[in-house]
Design a protein around this ligand. Structure first.
Ligand SMILES: Cc1cc2nc3c(=O)[nH]c(=O)nc-3n(C[C@H](O)[C@H](O)[C@H](O)COP(=O)(O)OP(=O)(O)OC[C@H]3O[C@@H](n4cnc5c(N)ncnc54)[C@H](O)[C@@H]3O)c2cc1C
Length: 457
């Protein structure tokens, strides 16, 4: 049983008074991630300045069996960084800064609390690209991106966060610091331990530093919005573009309901393409505009595309992306029940049809929007609970996850499990695999102090 008063005293001696906050001095942003699901003021908020501070904090908490919730930018969409009132929150917000850019190795070494946007800017200043990109770039931290194995818009071309991390520094639950700060592409020395921490959502260790892979920046990027007759055409068009011009930087599909919503929230709600089409694709591609036009001619002839517009300036490209980035306004404009599932790419159309049919039959009048990074097999679906105030969200979740299970998909493609998806993990992970995960957790965190109740348990 932990004596909180005594624990806080030890933490104040180790970290300093200004690094241990309690009660009203804790900014409410530390009460919940972006889900606002069961927010709570933690028993304390720790603000260590460096790896040694994180290590000291965890050693003290582990000795006393005190639970700790690692917190990054609090933009997570699974409840992973939301504390309970009995937890101590440990924020990485003071561990900021880029330590090294190595142009020869094309790597960037960074402290975990640095925002994704600052990393992107630093890479660009060095004439390189850090290709991870998502709507929360200005607030999310690289430690949080790694802990959630974030995806985003460019996965189709560059992979998930997991593919962009070469090395890590991680503090284990008992305060030991694992130096896994590797800069090499190749390193076959036993188990690749860093992969255990990527996507572990703060349950196995606290990430304090990372070595990231940079890539050469693409040439000028053409942005195109295209209307399609059906889902099969979205896959056919993607494969045509890949065959003829290479893999796009982004290939985002919006079903009509999402497109109409995104357009209606624009400052000037004028649709760049007629909104009666069933499906829309937003594509970024580093190919000459004429080459893209030629491929689109073929697509029109094949009946894969019905209409298209190409941005002729950066401002126009940003305006097209504004439609897709309507998701940033979901929490203020809707009461969204968000899904982030994946199913094999050929089955995404079926997944949408089945989900829509079952949701519409059970909850007539619901407002739902479908969209996704389909090149990565990732479908997003948001049901506005304001449109069906009497609906039980768990029943909607069971409905969607049953379809995902039927199609051998995953209940989380990129946002992670946190608390929100935990009851549904069994739809995607076998009992034996869950046992193996629990064994890993027990090995790294035998007292179970790190983010208890998240992912497992
Ligand atoms: C507008 C918007 C758009 C988004 N778009 C995408 C998208 O396209 N793709 C996508 O994948 N996600 C997306 N997200 C979700 C979110 O931005 C990502 O999950 C992001 O990686 C979370 O980073 P964070 O720093 O905010 O982490 P937090 O929310 O603070 O934490 C997330 C999890 O990581 C753990 N954690 C945080 N930092 C550390 C650390 N240093 N060490 C160990 N554990 C840690 C926490 O305990 C928690 O479990 C979006 C969110 C918003 C609000």
């Amino acid at each position: 049983m932990t004596d909180l008063h005594e624990t806080l005293g030890a933490l104040r001696i180790a970290l300093g008074d200004d690094a241990v906050l309690t009660g009203d001095t804790i900014n409410p942003r530390h009460h919940s991630d972006w889900t606002y699901h069961q927010p709570a003021c933690p028993a304390a908020l720790l603000l260590p300045r460096d790896t040694a501070g994180v290590a000291a904090a965890l050693r003290i908490c582990n000795e006393r069996g005190q639970s700790v919730v690692p917190q990054g930018g609090m933009t997570g969409l699974a409840g992973g960084s939301t504390p309970r009132a009995t937890d101590i929150a440990l924020s990485l917000q003071r561990l900021t800064g880029i330590e090294d850019i190595d142009p020869a190795a094309m790597t960037l070494t960074v402290r975990a609390g640095t925002t994704l946007e600052n990393i992107q800017l630093a890479a660009a200043d060095a004439g390189l690209l850090f290709p991870l990109d998502l709507g929360a770039r200005g607030s999310c931290q690289i430690g949080g991106n790694i802990a959630t194995n974030a995806g985003g818009n460019a996965v189709i071309r560059y992979g998930m966060t997991r593919d962009l991390v070469l090395g890590l520094e991680v503090v284990l639950a008992d305060g030991r610091v694992l130096n896994l700060l590797n800069k090499m592409q190749k390193n076959n020395t036993g188990y690749d331990l860093k992969q255990c921490f990527i996507g572990s959502e703060g349950t196995l260790g606290v990430i304090t530093r990372a070595v990231l892979k940079l890539v050469p920046p693409p040439g000028p990027v053409a942005t195109m919005l295209c209307a399609l007759p059906d889902y099969a055409s979205a896959v056919a068009l993607l494969r045509r573009i890949q065959r003829e011009l290479g893999t796009p930087q982004a290939y985002e599909v919006m079903w009509q309901d999402f497109y109409r919503t995104g357009v209606s929230w624009l400052e000037k709600p004028i649709a760049p393409l007629d909104d009666s089409h069933p499906l829309f694709v937003l594509c970024d591609l580093d190919a000459p505009a004429q080459a893209l036009e030629a491929v689109m001619e073929q697509a029109f002839e094949a009946g894969e595309a019905l209409d298209a517009v190409q941005a002729s300036s950066h401002a126009q490209a940003r305006a097209l992306w504004k439609i897709r980035e309507a998701t940033g306004e979901f929490p203020t404009r809707l009461k969204p029940l968000n899904f982030d599932v994946s199913v094999p790419i050929a089955d995404i159309g079926t997944c949408v049809e089945r989900c829509r049919a079952r949701i519409d039959a059970r909850w007539p009048g619901n407002r739902s929007v479908y969209f996704g990074h389909i090149g990565d097999s990732n479908l997003h679906l948001s049901v506005d609970l304001n449109s069906v105030p009497d609906a039980d969200p768990h029943e909607i979740e069971e409905t969607v996850f049953a379809v995902v299970g039927e199609l051998s998909g995953s209940v989380s493609a990129e946002h992670g499990i946190g608390v929100l998806k935990k009851p549904y993990l069994h739809h995607s992970v076998t009992a034996d695999a869950l046992d193996a995960m629990a064994a890993l957790k027990a090995a790294f965190d035998p007292k179970g102090i790190l983010n208890p109740g998240k992912v497992l348990g």
